[in-house]
Design a protein around this ligand. Structure first.
Ligand SMILES: [Zn+2]
Length: 326
């Protein structure tokens, strides 16, 4: 789930009332119907409750839109079977998978809008959805164990975000994105639980010319130094400063990360930057992978391994929210 969904998610929508009208009793799994936009590949019905799309099997039924793309209608809970298995390793402890299931369910209900003819797409722009082949028994059990359960803040669905590992401190929604809402349950917490993540501490060597290209419009001459500028409350870099033999330039942290690649600069919790031993390189050391807002998935794994429940996990990362069934 990425930043692009955030503003759209601000407009909570009454999915359930509409979805129950669309509920197809021929589809066996319970819950409201969800409209999932797949894409333009070939699709054909297998039976009343499954169909094939692009060589994979999916639950639900489908129609083809006027633009040729395939729109699937699937019970929410059946959609979650696949999403939870794709968004978190099914080998992880049950409580972590259950927390992920509640988070994914809340996300999709909050995301849904009657202003579009679909609720979600199938990529990381929303939540990764891979059809029946992606399902696993452990993820399905986590969805079933939390069936219908969502997080609310006051009368509304909570705005749910999650990322791989926070590196020791989750990020506030207000700091993460320009215009991000300052939500009481998304202000960032100290997280001691994700130390087992392979990205808890990372080091990347990046070429200085690639770094210079991350400061568009600036000509600092030959790069000689790179440093974090100011940081936010979680310690993430709000800005980076490039020094060269002809001047200095500053760019926003999020722009820097996106220019160099979110898998290279794995988070903005940058601990140290040094000049590389080889010519023309910088060595960046950081903590965590992802934007860091909301649920820390490796932290959920750590809490579950320590005997914490799904409620413990959700209360820790989303303090002040309430879990309810509806
Ligand atoms: Zn964490």
């Amino acid at each position: 789930m990425k930043r692009g969904t955030f503003l759209a998610a601000l407009a909570a929508a009454p999915l359930i009332a509409r979805a129950q009208e669309e509920y197809d009793p021929a589809v066996s799994a319970p819950g409201p119907a969800l409209r999932v936009l797949l894409g333009g590949a070939a699709a054909s019905a297998i039976d009343a409750t499954t169909f094939a799309y692009d060589g994979r099997r999916y639950r639900g039924t489908f129609t083809r839109r006027a633009d040729g793309t395939v729109l699937s209608t699937v019970p929410l809970e059946a959609y979650l079977y696949s999403v939870v298995a794709r968004e978190m390793s099914p080998s992880w402890p049950a409580a972590a998978l259950q927390a992920q299931a509640v988070a994914a369910r809340t996300y999709v209900l909050q995301r849904s809008s009657p202003k579009r003819d679909y609720d979600v797409v199938t990529s990381e722009a929303d939540q990764v959805y891979g059809g029946i082949e992606a399902e696993s028994a452990a993820a399905t059990a986590a969805v079933d164990a939390t069936a219908g359960s969502v997080l609310r803040f006051g009368d509304a669905f909570a705005q749910l975000f999650y990322s791989s590992s926070c590196g020791g401190h989750t990020e506030s929604s207000a700091d993460a994105w320009t215009g991000g809402a300052d939500l009481p349950y998304l202000r960032g917490v100290v997280c001691p639980w994700c130390t087992a993540s392979p990205d808890y501490a990372w080091t990347r060597v990046v070429p200085a010319d690639a770094v210079a290209r991350a400061f568009p419009g600036a000509d600092v001459g030959a790069p000689t130094g790179l440093a974090v500028g100011d940081t936010d409350a979680s310690g993430r870099a709000r800005s980076l400063v490039l020094t060269g033999d002809a001047g200095t330039a500053t760019t926003r942290g999020t722009a820097f990360r996106s220019a160099l690649g979110s898998r290279v600069v794995r988070s903005l919790l940058i601990r140290r930057i040094a000049n590389g031993t080889g010519p023309g390189t910088f060595v960046i050391e950081g903590a965590g992978l992802g934007h860091g807002v909301g649920l820390c998935q490796w932290g959920a794994r750590g809490m579950a391994a320590a005997g914490k429940s799904a409620d413990d996990i959700l209360n820790f990362y989303f303090p002040g929210t309430q879990r309810s069934n509806d």
